[in-house]
Write a protein of this length. Sequence first.
Lengths: 322, 322
Amino acid sequence: MKRISEYSSVVESAVRAMELPGGKLEGLYGPVKYGMEAGGKRLRPVMVLMGAEAFGADPLKAVEPAVGVELFHNFTLLHDDVMDNSALRRGRPSVHARWDANTAILSGDTMLTLATEYVTRVDDSLLRRVIAAFDRMALDVYEGQRLDMDFEKRESVTTEEYIEMIKLKTGALLGFAVMLGALIGGASDEDARKMYDFGMMLGVAFQIEDDWLDTFGDPAAFGKPIGNDIRQNKQTYLLVSGLQSGSADVEALRVAMAMPATDTKVRTVTRIYEKMGLKESAHAAVAEYASRAMSALRATGLGEAQKDAFRLLVEKLAGRRK
Amino acid sequence: MKRISEYSSVVESAVRAMELPGGKLEGLYGPVKYGMEAGGKRLRPVMVLMGAEAFGADPLKAVEPAVGVELFHNFTLLHDDVMDNSALRRGRPSVHARWDANTAILSGDTMLTLATEYVTRVDDSLLRRVIAAFDRMALDVYEGQRLDMDFEKRESVTTEEYIEMIKLKTGALLGFAVMLGALIGGASDEDARKMYDFGMMLGVAFQIEDDWLDTFGDPAAFGKPIGNDIRQNKQTYLLVSGLQSGSADVEALRVAMAMPATDTKVRTVTRIYEKMGLKESAHAAVAEYASRAMSALRATGLGEAQKDAFRLLVEKLAGRRK
């Protein structure tokens, strides 16, 4: 197995080697290229390559399907940015802001079709399973996004509902990515399923960790400003479990949520979260899901070197707290 | 071969039999059902069934892929209505108007994935070809929509550019639909390609006929009000070839285009079109593409009864003028 940074470079080169029409179709494919060039961690395609290599294939065999997974992820970002009216994405104008909403919709559709095209670049013997799993994953992601949108309008959301939502919105794609790699690598159906569970649980840990970092993280390490979730009253693991805690401070939290979106609000809510013990309990939830991911991994027939590579990935994603 | 209305009923039943999740996911799948219930001609899925039966299969074998084609078509309508900000679709509020733009985007994405899921319900031996053709068709449709959006902002568009755009935006899906049916029916690669050409040329004839009817049609037979294209200065075969005609009336046409969107404008532009001879030349263009469709059909190995059924379809779609 290689270092994670080596898998990232392989993905990066493959993304840059994608051939897309230009000329009079620049208005359609230009935003696709722009979205894909934004970089980021390339976490999902890296998981495809790792899955393939862990089960014995040359990771290059999985590189086109891995690009497909990244295309799918970026398709969701283009459409999410329209739905959230977000002007920024990874420090650059979003497609929606740089062009317009119609361009983000249509080039997003294009990325979804290109994703299907790339993900299905697998052996014929795998084609049926890969398409079925890809379509199921895509529906899971839409269902998660729908629940997320619905939750924003609701008075209260339970922690269980929140976990179910992030399983769909974040976990399903990580599960699919590593399972796709495993299938390409020749994993048995049973091992492929366990790798899916591994990715799914890792995805939940990753999202709760992200929620934690948005409030308690070090801005330099997190890579974006702290406190945005609090400013926007975004449903996060912290907010949902705080409101549901039955603690004496729930009322104070509700009052603080009604404050204007300033640094004072961020400090006030952060202090209430700390008083409620959420810094520790969210931390424990990350550890719990990371441990479930590790259990799924241990249950596979992978060798120790392969398991170690995935263990490192878990530490990287679920251990970003300083 | 059956009557077109019989194929439509088969499609209608299959659409109504689709099982989609409800409950807390009603916000995602409700608009999908709403979009699919709108009816319309069901032209594209009918062409799938006709293709399958013409080449010897029970059309029921093609009914799920046919529903997939209808899902794809309705996905494009959901997103187009957001992009055009259209409040009405087939006499009812569009999904965008009845819910909101975000719902139309997300439920549209869902329809595209469901379309892939249904279209791929074919024998394993066809799977690779069907996916490749479906993805290519989808990209063609997006490219056509992009060109259409770009043309709306341009001073002048040539008739050739306009034809290229409607080949992509309208022709590609009709070509794919009938080719998909043909493949399911067991057509040779060569016959499948010819049926694609048949559908493509029929699509171009159908779109120019639609442009003609929007100006010169009988509102009762056309099923929607006349003159909308003129009111909105929409790029149509009439407008594009009028502006490009080099006739002495081009200046008058430009002046009329600048009028407010009233019935007077519709009457004025219609009169200029008639003076330019566009009523006849557009009619001739419909006939030309219908004849190209018939040539492609004749070149296949189909029997006379099968060819007759498709000939009827051409007459129905390209002969709606009274």
